[in-house]
Ligand binder design. Structure first.
Ligand SMILES: [Zn+2]
Length: 431
């Protein structure tokens, strides 16, 4: 870590999903990629406090680069010394500002987060940035967090591709964009540092009839046609799925959410509508579909295509409502206005099962009818294999996976078995 060599160090995240922090250092400079909060079930690794003290121990650091806004990649940003510049995508930053405004009401002893978020620098996709002798080129990548990035890192004559969390079966991954991007801008690399979340979920992925966000839309449309009243349990920032639900809703039915969720959707549409048709409004008779707001309007109105949810009208037309299990207002509305709502569950199925069971989600679903419609935010084996084939790395370093040690045993990776280098947390890899 204090050598004069070029080194990669995964401080945390070499053998688990989330909570990750990775350092790229040369003799003179270093950058850190992601600084995530540990997920609750991850034990026997450095605590968040230990991680912060180890990574930011007074040594200079040119920048912390966040791949995306998920808490297991950005959650510890308040613990980063104030003089170190932070970087994130421009739309991701706007989303974070909306999230943080709300989170700042809940004191965590670390002070308000909004000023630090507002002070973050933004990437220009495919534009190089220099941090001393480390050159970074960020590229858009598909993930369940909007505006996620992967990085091409060049230093000391070596090329490293750092994937962060990614996939290619969502809205931003269509039309083989990953393959075309790698061929056009990246080419072959020396080292590939790749996420491997799905390697412990291969059976789960195989059993899921919904492989892509497109599949999700098709299934949602069927459910909306046969269920006049439904609620959708979905992460408020999983915009690919939210936009698929939004477009899948038949004409005449109402799309209901609260002002917080509406502000997030509007920011996502504003930021990404120019790139992806799915992020443009659904036009009904030439006019954008209204978002029907429950609770406080928080300043939203006709100008933003929002109106107050009027359930005397919505009950006749039929409607769906985006809900969050930790907000009681949704349960109250279901009780008051809905007869037999279908719960569409659109989060990781693991939260419904024993090991990772989430009691709040169980309580919310209760005895309602429930249907799971969810697609993963992470790359399937075939996508990982494709990326390895296209970049032809000499060394493959897995991270963000529970299966780092078994990476080579996946049949699709067999040809690359002897290129795999499994690192331990805090172990430096000289390149
Ligand atoms: Zn993520």
């Amino acid at each position: 870590m204090n050598s004069m060599q070029n080194e990669i160090c995964i401080y945390r995240g070499s053998h688990q999903i989330g909570g990750c922090a990775t350092e790229i250092s040369t003799g003179n400079h270093r950058i850190v990629i992601d600084f995530g909060a540990n997920l609750p079930d991850n034990e026997d690794v450095m605590t968040d406090e230990e991680l912060a003290e180890t990574v930011f121990d007074g040594r200079p650091c040119e920048a912390v680069l966040f791949t995306h806004y998920h808490g297991d990649h950005i959650g510890l940003y308040k613990k980063i010394p104030q003089d170190i510049p932070l970087y994130i995508g421009a739309v991701a930053k706007e989303i974070l500002e909306i999230l943080t405004e709300r989170l700042d009401y809940l004191p965590d002893g670390l002070g308000k987060g909004l000023p630090r978020i507002q002070g973050m620098n933004c990437y220009t996709p495919a534009h190089k940035m220099m941090f001393g002798d480390i050159r970074i080129t960020p590229f858009f990548v598909d993930h369940s967090a909007l505006d996620s990035y992967l990085f091409l890192i060049e230093t000391g004559g070596k090329k490293i591709l750092f994937t962060g969390d990614f996939r290619e079966h969502g809205i931003a991954g269509k039309h083989d964009i990953l393959e075309r991007m790698v061929q056009e801008y990246i080419g072959e690399v020396d080292i590939l540092i790749t996420e491997g979340t799905m390697l412990s979920r291969i059976d789960e992925a195989r059993e899921n009839s919904i492989q892509t966000e497109d599949d999700l839309k098709k299934c949602a449309r069927k459910l909306f046609r046969t269920n006049k009243e439904s609620v959708i349990l979905v992460s408020s920032t999983n915009f690919d799925s939210i936009m698929e639900f939004y477009h899948a809703l038949p004409w005449g039915m109402g799309f209901v959410c609260d002002a917080y969720q509406a502000k997030l959707i509007l920011a996502a549409m504003e930021g990404k509508g120019k790139y992806y048709r799915k992020y443009q409004p659904e036009l009904i008779h030439g006019k954008p579909r209204m978002l029907c707001i429950v609770g406080d309007m928080e300043g939203l109105g006709a100008k933003q295509n929002c109106c107050r949810a009027d359930f005397s009208i919505l009950k006749n037309k039929g409607f769906t409502m985006l809900v969050r299990e930790n907000k009681p207002v949704f349960k109250a509305i279901m009780k008051k206005y809905m007869t037999d709502p279908l719960v569409i569950y659109s989060k990781w199925a693991g939260y419904l099962k024993e090991k990772h069971a989430n009691p709040k989600i169980h309580e919310f679903i209760g005895s309602h009818r429930m249907k799971i419609l969810h697609t993963s935010g992470h790359a399937y084996v075939k996508t990982l294999e494709k990326l390895i084939r296209l970049t032809n790395p000499t060394t493959i370093i897995p991270m963000h996976t529970e299966c780092a040690d078994a990476f080579g045993e996946i049949p699709a990776f067999a040809p690359y078995r002897d290129r795999i280098k499994v690192l331990q947390d805090k172990e430096g890899y000289v390149f």
